[in-house]
Design a binder for this molecule. Structure first.
Ligand code: AN7
Length: 355
């Protein structure tokens, strides 16, 4: 059967009307995979990873983008625009290409992962690299979108949030319950806002009796919500969440407070450690920003937080292949160079065997 995508599947929960185009390139319906190894450090009942890197352009952004683009088409827009740390631009560029919208993306110079930039390029977006950070780029595109009547597809666009909330629906539909805790990275704070909206909507529809606690994690060098003030020069290895003044700041605080959750931060070294653990022990290669969710869980657990009996979902927002540079510069892994000589190869293999 042909893939119909998340607008079709969840249209009764979305502001879809007769003139809303039901478009898709297979976004959503991502795997919810059980932990085999990390769970042993946590002592909870269940731990699952929601693999959003399995979306068409390799990140959760496709959920919101498909709906934002559907609505842009409905409104007769010819063009879309966004500021991006990388994934939004990749997604906008893909959906823009597919549905014939001219796409403008603004990116912070030198701070976007190579895979994401390659995507914006190959999909044919008009790429503007500004000498500034994401927060400055976002301010600019908000003004430009109004001046030129271009559809803004950052998460300030409410249809982005509506599309992204379908990830909560999928989790509930799969486990037939709400998790007790949802761990999620926080950058511009659209995604935590979207998940919370989705869980609340399902609760209002009596699909679940309880709501999860929302556990958001920022990178320590870019943690405005944790410190309570905008960060002028955000820095982190997790470039996707290198954001100093999140657009959905208040909604993230609401999600935290209404759910009884927390928004905390993790150091780059904790992010890298979780990133390595996920790859080495679970076989899951996500991008560094995504690993912030698992880094947060490991941090709380090591501080003595009691998760016994609890069901936990960690959202892994993007695919590790987006960012090969981090592996090349931060991961120590020896490549064994030897002559193509069978005796040397035999010796090498024997010396490398661990059991
Ligand atoms: C992999 O692409 O902001 O808190 O411009 O790419 O909803 O911003 C990306 C954000 C987490 C944070 N994980 O989500 C962009 C952008 C990954 C991301 C986030 C992003 P929000």
């Amino acid at each position: 059967m042909k893939t119909t995508g998340l607008i079709e599947k969840y249209k009764e929960y979305l502001p879809v009307n007769d003139s809303t185009p039901i478009i898709s390139m297979g976004e959503g319906n991502t795997p919810l995979v059980s932990s085999r190894s990390i769970i042993s450090h946590i002592g909870c009942k269940n731990l699952c990873f929601k693999l959003e890197g399995s979306n068409p352009t390799g990140s959760f952004k496709d959920r919101g983008m498909v709906f934002a683009v559907s609505k842009a088409i409905e409104e007769g827009k010819q063009r879309i625009i966004c500021a991006s740390t990388g994934n939004t631009s990749a997604s906008a560029a893909a959906y823009g290409a597919r549905y014939g919208l001219e796409t403008f993306v603004f990116i912070p110079e030198g701070k976007i992962a190579m895979g994401k930039l390659s995507q914006a390029m190959i999909y044919g977006a008009k790429i503007i690299s500004i000498n500034g950070n994401f927060d400055e780029a976002l301010k600019t595109v908000i003004n430009i979108s109004k001046e030129f009547d271009i559809g803004l597809v950052n998460s300030l666009n409410p249809y982005r949030i509506d599309g992204q909330k379908t990830a909560s629906f999928e989790i509930v539909d799969e486990i037939n319950d709400s998790p007790d805790y949802l761990f999620i990275p926080v950058g511009n704070a659209g995604n935590i806002t979207a998940y919370w909206k989705g869980f609340k909507q399902y609760k209002n529809q009596n699909k679940i009796n309880n709501l999860p606690k929302m556990m958001g994690f920022q990178a320590a060098g870019s943690a405005p919500i944790v410190t309570g003030k905008p960060v002028k020069n955000p820095e982190t290895i997790a470039t996707a969440i290198r954001i100093g003044n999140p657009a959905s700041w208040e909604n993230a605080e609401k999600a935290r407070d209404e759910s009884g959750g927390i928004i905390d931060m993790v150091e780059d070294k904790e992010i890298l450690s979780a990133y390595m653990k996920l790859s080495n022990e679970e076989g899951i290669f996500c991008e560094p920003s995504s690993a912030a969710s698992v880094a947060g869980l490991l941090k709380l657990s090591s501080q003595g937080f009691d998760f016994s009996g609890k069901n936990i979902v960690c959202v892994l927002t993007g695919n590790g292949l987006k960012d090969p540079g981090t592996v090349n510069t931060k991961v120590v892994s020896e490549i064994h160079n030897i002559d193509s000589d069978i005796d040397k190869i035999r010796n090498k293999i024997t010396s490398l065997m661990e059991r």
